[in-house]
Ligand binder design. Structure first.
Ligand code: FAD
Ligand code: PYC
Length: 416
């Protein structure tokens, strides 16, 4: 990245941003590629980057129906943690967490990873038992997680009200290595790095059909910018995974729900960490711009609208005002929604599909942003080698018929 002083950056801005180079090209689609990724979110762009950077596959295209990062990558609330229950999940999410720590250097792009700590509140005896079970399991897997008393939780997050509440604070589980990153920068950083290695990023390119040969193997895709052939097609389409996979005749065990979030007016730094309450479906952190970033649970009905019910956000705000009374007079600036793809066991699907040459990365539900680098890394391996990386080997589509579920409903937090 060119080092700008603050003044020269300001002057460049004043000058109508003339002379600034595009961060990635805007090429015309080629008739064929060695690999195609459907979906220009963090997982798809990251997979394209690792295909080029680690597997020598540079004749690759990312097909995005809108603009890159316009899906859940640009709509999420950026909570990053790896405190999941099962060994398989710990391996996957901690692989990602380790990759976050030097992602800015690897991509030469500031993704603003901030390991400020993620604290999950316990309001009932059962919450405490669940939290402690996660802490023990995490530690056995080398994943940091610790129990805090109410007083220790308040010392870590001074705005927290630990007085007599409708939802009393009985303690909290803290993962200190957890935190946040800048969501758009993750998409932009991967896009720029992939483009520099020769990957074509094709925006406004919606996949409308998947071509198969007489033997059933995936051969290419039909798009709004023409037919593109490829022997390897990776689908990372999040909330629209079922729609895309249906084009190849594959039914997925997914439900797609709206998930909402909102931000407040910006204020000075007042909130030092991330706090989540899984029981009351509310969580909060402060962005580097100063906005309080607040989220709620999923809507109760399936839908493809990128908005949700007002009662869901109202409930989250009531809970936030009770937990953090100092925010009662804060004004909310804007709210939005995204479509999350929820599996029955709240764990993702990353792997091969019944269609040879067609690979799938989906089912991240409300929690896939944190996994972006790790997920993209093992997905690229799977596509390049036509076999899963040991980390994603358990996250098959078949587990829903074989019964090898990885039930992370409690760890998925807002997904249950
Ligand atoms: P996306 O970024 O959605 O990318 C998929 C892309 O596929 C989209 O850009 C879409 O336009 C494209 N596409 C779809 N169909 C087609 C087609 N036919 N042709 C071409 N392109 C297509 N996760 C966390 O870990 N922490 C959080 O704090 C968190 N908060 C969240 C808050 C909200 C409000 C929401 C909605 C989600 C949240 N998530 C969070 C979940 C997280 O955002 C997602 O799991 C993650 O971003 C998924 O990334 P992706 O690259 O798979 O999907
Ligand atoms: O998975 O940690 C998470 C999360 C927080 C908010 C939405 N998802």
């Amino acid at each position: 990245m060119t080092p700008f002083s603050g003044l020269s950056l300001f002057l460049k801005g004043l000058g109508g941003q003339k002379g600034w180079q595009r961060q990635w090209r805007s090429p015309e689609p080629k008739p064929a590629y060695d690999a195609i990724i459907v979906g220009g979110g963090g997982h798809g762009l990251g997979a394209a980057y690792y295909l080029a950077a680690e597997h020598g596959l540079t004749n690759v295209a990312v097909l995005e129906k809108g603009w890159i990062g316009g899906g859940n990558t640009g709509r999420n609330t950026t909570v990053i943690r790896s405190n999941y229950l099962f060994d398989e999940s710990a391996a996957l999410y901690d692989h990602a967490l380790k990759m976050w720590s030097d992602l800015a250097q690897v991509l030469n792009y500031n993704v603003m990873f901030s390991p400020r700590g993620v604290m999950m509140l316990a309001h009932t005896v059962h919450d405490m038992q669940v939290a402690k079970r996660h802490i023990h399991a995490n530690r056995a897997n080398g994943v940091d997680n610790e129990w805090l008393t109410p007083e220790e939780a308040k010392a870590f997050c001074p705005p927290l009200n630990i007085g007599a509440l409708r939802y009393p604070i009985l303690g909290a589980a803290l993962q200190r290595r957890g935190g946040t990153a800048r969501h758009d920068a993750v998409a932009w950083g991967y896009a720029r790095a992939a483009d520099a290695l020769g990957v074509d990023i094709l925006e406004n390119c919606e996949v409308t059909g998947i071509l198969r040969d007489a033997g059933g193997r995936a051969q290419g895709v039909i798009t709004t910018r023409g037919t593109i052939r490829s022997p390897r097609i990776g689908v990372a389409a999040a909330g629209h995974s079922s729609v895309v996979m249906k084009m190849a005749g594959v039914e997925l065990p997914l439900e797609s729900f709206p998930l909402q979030a909102l931000v407040s007016e910006p204020v000075k730094p007042v909130f030092p960490c991330v706090v989540m309450s899984n029981t009351i479906h509310a969580y909060i952190s402060q962005s580097d711009k100063g906005e309080l970033v607040i989220g709620a649970g999923t809507d109760a009905y399936t839908s493809y609208t990128q908005r949700g019910g007002l009662h869901i956000t109202s409930h989250a705000l009531e809970a936030i005002c009770e937990l953090f009374p100092m925010f009662r007079r804060l004004k909310m600036l804007r709210s939005w929604g995204g479509i999350v793809d929820v599996t029955p066991d709240r764990s993702p699907i990353i792997g091969k599909t019944p269609v040879p040459g067609l690979y799938l990365n989906c089912g991240w539900g409300t929690g896939g942003f944190k996994a972006t680098p790790g997920s993209a890394h093992v997905f690229a391996w799977t596509i390049a080698r036509d076999e899963p990386h040991p980390i994603n080997a358990p996250f098959t589509l078949e587990r829903f018929t074989e019964g090898n579920l990885i039930d992370e409903a409690a760890a998925a937090a807002v997904a249950h």
